[in-house]
Design a binder for this molecule. Structure first.
Ligand SMILES: [Fe+2]
Ligand SMILES: [Fe+2]
Length: 135
């Protein structure tokens, strides 16, 4: 069973971005499934690598959109992205060194951060981009 499901309330009214957010949700669910099925460190580790890479590409898409349209919250928003990237890199490093095990706590952190970010921070640029004709 998925740990999160896409909900129209998550929509920022930009098709490409919504698709990327759906992909992120799918990857969180894949990570949850792998953990629940007791998959080994390698499998779980490779899903996290994919999630981290995809997240970075997604953040870049958003930031390019901000720069292109002169979004006034660019600096603050980008700062949030960077803090998350650093946090995930820290988890990856700790996992690799065996300092932590991937726990539900880590998974919940990733899930909660992404959902909260989409619902509060990402949704803020929706009306701005719509006014610029971005769909
Ligand atoms: Fe986003
Ligand atoms: Fe964002």
């Amino acid at each position: 069973m998925p740990i999160i499901e896409w909900n129209d309330d998550y929509s920022v009214q930009i098709k490409e971005i919504d698709n990327q957010h759906r992909q992120l949700i799918d990857q969180i669910n894949a990570l949850h499934d792998a953990m629940k099925q007791g998959k080994g460190k390698e499998v779980v580790g490779s899903i996290i690598v994919k999630l981290a890479e995809y997240t970075q590409r997604h953040f870049m898409s958003e930031e390019q959109l901000f720069l292109k349209h002169g979004y006034p919250e660019t600096t603050r928003h980008t700062r949030e992205h960077n803090a998350f990237i650093e946090k995930v890199a820290g988890f990856q490093n700790d996992l690799k060194l065996g300092r932590i095990l991937l726990s539900m706590e880590v998974l919940n952190f990733l899930k909660d951060w992404l959902i909260k970010h989409i619902q509060i921070v990402d949704k803020k640029y929706g009306p701005f981009m719509s006014a610029k004709g971005v769909v």
